[in-house]
Design a protein around this ligand. Structure first.
Ligand code: FAD
Length: 321
């Protein structure tokens, strides 16, 4: 039976995040030929709504209210709840981002519905939608389905293949003025930290440093390599705790979970809590001077050596191609 599936799109600094397009692809599979409805919240342009359509949504709703222009869990959950009541979809797919992780359990609790969080793939067997998600810090995978109510899931960025953009696709974009009240918090202003522009959780290439990088300055060659490859810089908690870099770069169990195509770990020992955040990277390269370091047990390519010698060699090599 065909289904109607709602996808919450996420906008960051004026752009839709890639995970929103990946969520559309997941929703399309679940809908089984039914309808995929995109949902954007706040002061977003029609062109963002149209790009959801070009990536596979059939139509898009823009929920408007001044209190939706910046994220608060209170305002977003009220708006999404109203759209769910109006549309009565069979499914709801959200990216497994900071916002998705915060909002989806609230919605599930409000609806008394199940939730599969952090799915990395899904299959549709008859009427059932079965999601696969990593457990035990990525050491095992479980298959899970929602047996009752809304089929609700968050999907991990960089795991489900988005469709190619099709500029010939068109669909209806409607605006819905939602009613938001009794807010416990209102965002007055957002001050962003300067970044190099590549979002760590969606980066295709990550050059990560650990305590072996030894200082803030030690991160400079890693930044140069990441820039050269069009990637982002990440870090272990060891490096963050030592104040070599900001905690926003931390990857792992208590940091960001990433799934890049290429992960270059420099001076990282490979503690289980770090591996939990990056073991699903498609290709892992480890540079460590200790041949016994645990990171080599999950690396596709290992370089036993001093990162301060190896990274400059890599930079030189990549510059020459
Ligand atoms: P170390 O373990 O000190 O490793 C440094 C490595 O650098 C060594 O292998 C060494 O051989 C190598 N090295 C040194 N000099 C060089 C050189 N010149 N060239 C090449 N290699 C060199 N950690 C995370 O990363 N992310 C998390 O989210 C996280 N969450 C945690 C949650 C909990 C509840 C707990 C208890 C811990 C958590 N940790 C996390 C910490 C984790 O257990 C490790 O302590 C941490 O990952 C170690 O960081 P590291 O690999 O950079 O440092």
């Amino acid at each position: 039976m065909t289904k109607k599936v709602l996808v919450v799109g996420e906008v960051r600094q004026g752009e839709l995040r890639n995970v929103s397009f990946e969520a559309i692809a997941a929703a399309k599979q679940i809908s089984d030929g039914g309808e995929v409805v995109g949902l954007l919240l706040g002061n977003v342009s029609d062109s963002l709504a149209n790009s959801m359509i070009q990536y596979g949504a059939d139509r898009v709703i823009i929920a408007k209210h001044t209190n939706l222009d910046s994220y608060t869990s209170d305002a977003y959950s009220q708006a999404i709840f109203q759209v769910l009541q109006e549309e009565e979809p069979d499914g709801l797919i959200v990216g497994h981002t900071s916002i998705g992780k915060d909002i989806s359990p609230r919605i599930a609790a409000k609806l008394n519905s199940g939730l599969v969080s952090d799915a990395i793939s899904l299959e549709v067997i008859g009427e059932q939608v079965i999601f696969t998600r990593p457990i035990y810090s990525g050491k095992a995978f479980e298959k899970k389905m929602v047996t009752d109510g809304l089929i609700m899931a968050t999907i991990r960025p960089n795991n489900i293949q988005a469709f190619q953009k099709d500029e010939t696709r068109s669909g209806e974009v409607t605006t819905l003025n939602v009613d938001i009240k009794d807010l416990r918090s209102i965002v007055k202003d957002v001050v962003r930290k300067a970044t190099n522009g590549v979002d760590l959780s969606e980066a295709k290439i990550i050059v990560a440093g650990g305590r072996g990088v030894k200082s803030k300055d030690g991160f400079k060659p890693l930044e140069e390599l990441a820039n050269l490859l069009g990637g982002a810089v990440g870090a272990s908690r060891g490096a963050c705790d030592a104040h070599y870099c900001d905690y926003s770069l931390q990857i792992g169990q208590t940091g960001k979970v990433v799934t890049p195509d290429l992960y270059i770990a420099c001076g990282i020992s490979g503690a289980i809590q770090h591996i939990a955040g990056m073991s699903n990277a498609k290709v892992i390269v480890a540079i460590n001077k200790d041949p016994e370091a645990n990171i080599f047990s999950i690396a596709d390519y290992g370089i036993v050596g001093d990162l301060f010698e190896v990274v400059p060699l890599l930079i030189e090599e990549f510059k020459s191609v």
